[in-house]
Design a protein around this ligand. Structure first.
Ligand code: PLP
Length: 449
């Protein structure tokens, strides 16, 4: 293995190393103070294997909005997934990796005109809609588009509901929309839905697939021959979660309602692929001890510790506000024999809203100590801002040996990554534009020195 670039590398994990050991190495590097991520692309490859095993009929089209890091997109491109893009910008990013436009679905039912024009120019022809005005725009701007009607079917329990914004009623609205599409001679090719992100009710997929079948049948009466079912996102991706139950419901509903193998079934998973791949390390830069007086004894007691860390709700932890994510802090090192205190964790900005955790019991930690947050890959970095001048954490990429080809046999394996040139994005303080650096076709070994 050779080091192509000494500054930006994909760190290959051997059996002696792990994400946590890499974090330890980086945290203990001289003067390391900024918060940083470690992204394990091996975890993304593992997720893909799980997807292929559990949902063999369903072609994943990764939802770029969830985490648009170039390395993530390159890995998924290498694995052969399609992509769900929400805008012209996301389409361009995916196309720049050499992805064929036919592997992209423009899955935003309410698109600005210029974005539709762009889709027409670059040939991203599959797009969703859920309202009449969209049909008129498409008729004018991209009459050859292949349209997918998005219906609403909400999970009773989900981390983030989406139905209040998108999806027409499959019974009361879809038929009329399809009649209008027919009269405009628009090519409608299928049905999509999104049950809600972080779905906690597997059975909803059965209801949604059944409703989609009814829309397929109605479309037939208008002369349409639908050939695409898009079962959206909603699949959990944190450590300790599984898609087993959801997959069981989906597979059985597909057997019941869509037994015809010529119907293409796609999905738009986001958090499933990336959530557990990203681990965030934050540094404690300030501490306030809250002292209160005991009303009985009159003695002062240290009741609470306030820890200030260098990433907050304006940065990665925006996921607490926007994605209803529950984040769990874990001290990087062990604290044998140290007293524990009720504590709160705060972000670095001057806003009082910038609280990461209101109440948690932590050991007596010191300035310079590190707190680790796992499952931070979904809906974090793309939304983060450098508010107050605090930088967005840099991402260090690691991969385990098993996914990187070293022998010809490896190279022929379905899940081995080719030695693609990996690009790494470096977010800069005060500048939201990601700077792309073309680096390596891999590598370095096990540990950072
Ligand atoms: N597809 C669409 C249209 C979405 O809006 C979203 C998330 O908001 C996704 C897919 C990804 O959903 P998830 O991350 O729950 O898989």
């Amino acid at each position: 293995m050779k080091i192509i670039n000494s500054e930006e590398r994909v760190h290959i994990l051997d059996s002696q190393s792990s994400v946590w050991s890499v974090i330890n190495n980086i945290a203990n590097t001289n003067n390391q103070e900024d918060a940083f991520y470690v992204c394990d692309i091996g975890d993304i490859v593992r997720k893909h294997k799980i997807w292929k095993a559990k949902l063999p009929r369903v072609e994943p089209h990764y939802a770029v909005k969830c985490n648009d890091n170039l390395t993530v997109l390159e890995v998924l491109t290498a694995l052969g997934t399609g992509f769900d893009c929400a805008s012209k910008g996301e389409i361009n990013k995916v196309l720049s990796l050499g992805v064929d436009p036919s592997n992209i679905i423009f899955a935003n039912p309410a698109k600005p005109a210029s974005h539709i024009r762009h889709a027409a120019t670059v040939g991203v022809s599959t797009m969703t809609f859920d309202n009449e005005t969209e049909l008129h725009k498409v008729k004018k701007l991209y009459p050859d588009a292949k349209m997918v009607i998005r219906i609403r079917c909400d999970a009773t329990d989900a981390q983030c509901q989406l139905g209040m914004k998108f999806g027409c009623n499959p019974v009361t609205e879809a038929p009329e929309l399809l009649r209008i599409a027919r009269s405009l001679e628009i090519n409608v090719v299928g049905v999509s839905f999104h049950v809600g992100s972080g779905c906690r009710e597997p059975q909803v997929f059965s209801r949604a697939i059944s409703a989609a079948r009814d829309v397929f049948e109605y479309a037939k009466t208008l002369g349409y021959q639908f050939n695409l079912l898009d079962i959206g996102g909603g699949y959990p991706g944190d450590r300790g979660t599984s898609i087993d139950q959801i997959a069981e419901v989906i597979n059985s509903a597909l057997d019941d309602y869509f037994p015809d193998p010529s119907i293409q079934i796609i999905a738009e998973p986001g958090r499933f692929y990336v959530s557990s791949a990203y681990t965030l390390a934050c540094n404690i830069h300030s501490i306030r001890n809250v002292i209160e007086t005991d009303p009985v004894t009159g003695n002062t007691v240290n009741t609470h510790r306030m820890y200030y860390i260098n990433d907050g709700v304006y940065g990665s932890f925006n996921c607490i506000l926007y994605d209803h994510q529950v984040v769990v802090p874990q001290p990087l090192k062990e604290y044998p024999g140290v007293k524990y205190y009720p504590s709160s964790i705060w972000g670095p900005t001057c806003d009082g809203l910038d609280q990461v955790i209101e109440n948690v019991v932590l050991p007596d930690m010191k300035i310079g100590d590190w707190l680790i947050f796992e499952d931070m890959g979904a809906y974090t970095l793309p939304v983060a801002s450098p508010f107050n001048g605090f930088p967005i954490p840099k991402v260090h990429i690691v991969a385990d040996e098993s996914i990187w080809p070293s022998t010809n046999e490896d190279i022929n394996s379905e899940y081995c990554l080719p030695s693609l040139p990996i690009r790494i994005e470096i977010p800069r303080c005060g500048n939201n534009t990601m700077i792309e650096e073309y680096v390596l076709d891999y590598v370095d070994i096990a540990h950072m020195e």
